[in-house]
Design a protein around this ligand. Structure first.
Ligand SMILES: [Mn+2]
Length: 312
């Protein structure tokens, strides 16, 4: 199987069937190395819905996705067999069944020793992904881009809303909180006690102030080293970006990162054992000129090149 991208110089980018990065759509059991799949589910959002439409909108925006990374000097297409493996099964009106299906789907690919990028969907979906990844790899290091801590308590008596996956991942022993890092976090919070969880468990939280006051390059240099074989999972909530860079999202928070800042941070990483990643919380009905889907697609490009740079 040839995992080449459909060339924009042969077939115009507005033509052809839409897949992630114009890559082949293959069966989950095919011989790819990194599978990109959608999870069209948004039943756990607390404010604006619409993330269920993100996989198809990001496939559309992927028409502009290219392979060669100027700064890293490599093309992920030359280093890895990457494919669109379709969407994970979901049940739009039942979260428990959705969790079961997502965990089974991710467990299946991990059983075949694949890596993956999941395209949400709301952020509650990271939990069943981490459950599957933990079964294969044990405790994971989490690198988490977000405006929100996602350690918040139950809402309306429901535990598994889209702002709680980190709390569950820690309490279920899926991740090592002391090895984990959050980037892009900012207030306001509902109350000061919302900071207790990260303090008690020793998660390293970095805020937009941490980045802006000392400057981007000093911030990037201050980040931990991710080399070595610690299994690492990266979760990218698009709302880490400022609403001017990502208006189409469920719970926007002003005063966020720019797209360039997240690119620069991702380019600075060398992750020794990145087992999987997700990009979540894009809500196309609230987007404008596809700006949010484009930011998601570009983040996926950075992630694919990050995976490729560690696969010589
Ligand atoms: Mn989140």
């Amino acid at each position: 199987m040839d995992y080449k991208q459909l060339s924009g110089r042969e077939f115009p980018r507005f033509s052809a069937i839409k897949t992630f990065f114009r890559l082949p759509h293959v069966d989950v059991d095919a011989d790819y190395e990194v599978g990109i799949f959608g999870i069209p589910y948004d039943g756990a959002v607390s404010y604006r819905p619409g993330a269920r439409f993100a996989p198809s909108a990001i496939r559309e925006a992927s028409s502009l996705g290219r392979g060669f990374h100027w700064e890293r000097g490599l093309s992920f297409l030359d280093k890895l067999k990457v494919a669109d493996i379709g969407d994970s099964p979901t049940v739009p009106i039942d979260q428990a069944q959705t969790y079961e299906r997502v965990e089974k789907f991710v467990g299946h690919l991990l059983g075949n020793d694949k890596r993956f990028i999941a395209v949400g969907g709301d952020h509650s979906l990271t939990l069943p992904i981490l459950r599957a990844a933990n079964k294969k790899y044990g405790k994971l290091r989490l690198i988490h881009f977000d405006a929100h801590l996602d350690t918040y308590p139950a809402a309306w008596g429901c535990e598994f809303h889209h702002g709680a996956f980190v709390r569950h991942a820690v309490s279920e022993n899926l991740i090592d909180p002391k090895a984990s890092l959050q980037i892009g976090i900012r207030g306001p919070l509902a109350g000061g006690e919302d900071l207790d969880f990260v303090k008690d468990h020793g998660i390293q939280v970095t805020t937009v102030d941490d980045l802006r006051i000392g400057g981007l390059e000093a911030f990037v240099k201050s980040l931990p080293n991710f080399e070595g074989d610690t299994p690492t999972y990266l979760s990218f909530d698009i709302d880490c970006l400022d609403p001017s860079c990502a208006p189409g999202t469920g719970t926007p928070v002003v005063g966020g990162l720019t797209t360039y800042e997240t690119q620069r941070i991702l380019r600075s990483f060398n992750i020794g054992n990145l087992v999987g990643a997700d990009v979540v919380e894009v809500s196309p009905p609230f987007d404008s000129s596809d700006i949010t889907s484009l930011a998601a697609m570009d983040t996926m490009f950075e992630l694919l090149c990050l995976m490729a740079s560690g696969s010589d």
